[in-house]
Design a protein around this ligand. Structure first.
Ligand code: UTP
Length: 408
């Protein structure tokens, strides 16, 4: 750990002297905590500010999907293969719940948000209910690995305990925490969240595998026989985890991973599209595509770049181990960041006021040799809760849940 003098020197070099702004007001213990935190900061992240995020894209080509109609035809075969794999304990489910859900603005882990109308229905409860259906169909518990962050771990664990894991077997539930990164103002100054605490945020969902390894949770899953990991977001309440049909199709495809995709609602829909980039699978954001690419069509009239991802991926564990430790792109993302102002008062901004640094699980797809693109019906499997109102809100998710026969 650096001494006060060394820290001062370092911060001067990095033009981040504001971090010691309230140092004199701290007690000895708080001073030590702050110096340790600063000693551990990765200042190289600041070099990314002002750079074009993502850099140049390679040569893009369309990647077809196994379509809903094809899946219907081969459903029994895929289902049987998936059920067998699940019964053999080969499939683990990874719930990414380390995000802060700043757009929703809910106070607490997003999964603890009650979306019920006439009775409580928590997001976590809905997800567990969906996973329980697979458990019942296969008569086998699926290991559930839940990623949290320093910000929400205690609240998440306590919530699951309080609700008795919504009936899931706690012996098959494993929590692990992700890594954090500093948050900065638009001017590139690292924020303080307390007088003796640097503002740190979860560093994106891309580090899940490394964090799981570090926490020893991967070893636990492997000891249970897990060879495949199904990764998904907390906020899609129609999410099907460890879906036997998807598992079976991916296993039979021989690919290192699979991705659930939905047909784009229109060419300009703002989703990441699964395609090929320099011959490897890749997810390219709508704003990274030219109009020509966005509007190009196949001979049958379908959009060439038609399949949007919904953050539901299945990875073979040995393929993940082969890329573990490789550097992933870091994205600089605009967010609302609570912080101390120059008078030492806490500010909770209503609109974005700076950047966080994140790696993203979708970038892992490009690190895989191949990927099965598996089309699902968005009305049945995609009800994300991102925003307070309007598109992808609690309201829109409720409407989709009701359409699927769920009493709210
Ligand atoms: P989002 O991209 O919606 O990010 O996460 P977010 O940070 O939760 O929400 P906003 O942008 O601030 O409103 C997609 C999924 O990845 C998880 C989230 O919990 C969600 O399930 N995630 C995101 C993490 O696990 N860790 C992170 O650092 C970020």
């Amino acid at each position: 750990m650096l001494t006060y003098e060394q820290t001062k020197e370092l911060l001067k070099e990095q033009q981040q002297e504001q971090l010691l702004q309230y140092y004199d007001q701290l007690n000895e213990q708080e001073k030590e905590v702050l110096l340790r935190q600063i000693s551990n900061l990765d200042f190289s992240l600041l070099d990314l500010l002002g750079e074009e995020s993502g850099g140049e894209r390679g040569k893009l080509e369309p990647l077809g999907a196994v379509t809903i109609d094809e899946i219907k035809e081969r459903r029994d075969e895929f289902y049987a293969a998936g059920v067998t794999a699940i019964q053999q304990g080969k499939v683990g489910a990874v719930l990414l719940a380390g995000g802060q859900g700043t757009r929703l603005g809910y106070d607490g882990p997003k999964g603890t948000c009650d979306i019920g109308v006439t009775h409580p229905l928590y997001i976590f409860e809905m997800l567990i209910r969906n996973l329980m259906q697979v458990k019942n169909a296969c008569d086998a518990w699926i290991p559930l690995l839940i990623m949290t962050s320093d910000k929400n771990n205690d609240a998440t664990v306590a919530f699951f305990k309080e609700h008795k894991f919504f009936g899931y077997n706690p012996e098959y539930v494993f929590f692990f925490e992700q890594e954090m990164a500093p948050s900065v103002s638009y001017e590139g100054k690292i924020y303080l969240e307390e007088k003796g605490k640097v503002s740190m945020s979860p560093n994106g969902n891309g580090g899940w595998f490394g964090s799981m390894q570090k926490a020893g949770v991967l070893d636990k899953a492997k000891a249970l026989g897990v060879e495949w990991l199904n990764v998904f977001a907390v906020d899609n309440v129609l999410q099907k985890m460890a879906d036997p049909v998807f598992v079976g199709a991916t296993l039979q495809s021989g690919c290192a991973c699979g991705a659930k995709v939905v047909s784009k609602a229109d060419p300009n829909e703002r989703v990441g599209v699964l395609c090929l980039e320099d011959g490897r699978p890749s997810i390219v954001e709508y704003y990274e595509m030219t109009d020509e690419i966005i509007n190009s069509r196949e001979p049958d009239g379908r959009l060439s770049y038609n399949y949007g991802v919904i953050l539901n991926y299945l990875f073979r564990v040995d393929a993940l181990e082969a890329i573990a430790g490789k550097r992933m792109p870091t994205h600089v993302v605009e967010k609302k960041i609570p912080h101390l102002d120059d008078n030492g008062n806490l500010v909770k901004p209503e609109s974005p006021n700076g950047y966080k640094f994140e790696t993203l699980v979708l970038d892992m797809i490009h690190m895989m040799p191949d990927c099965l693109s598996f089309e699902v019906d968005r009305e049945k499997e995609f009800a994300p809760i991102k925003n307070k109102t309007g598109v992808d809100s609690i309201e829109s998710a409720r409407a989709l849940l009701e359409k699927n026969g769920i009493t709210l």
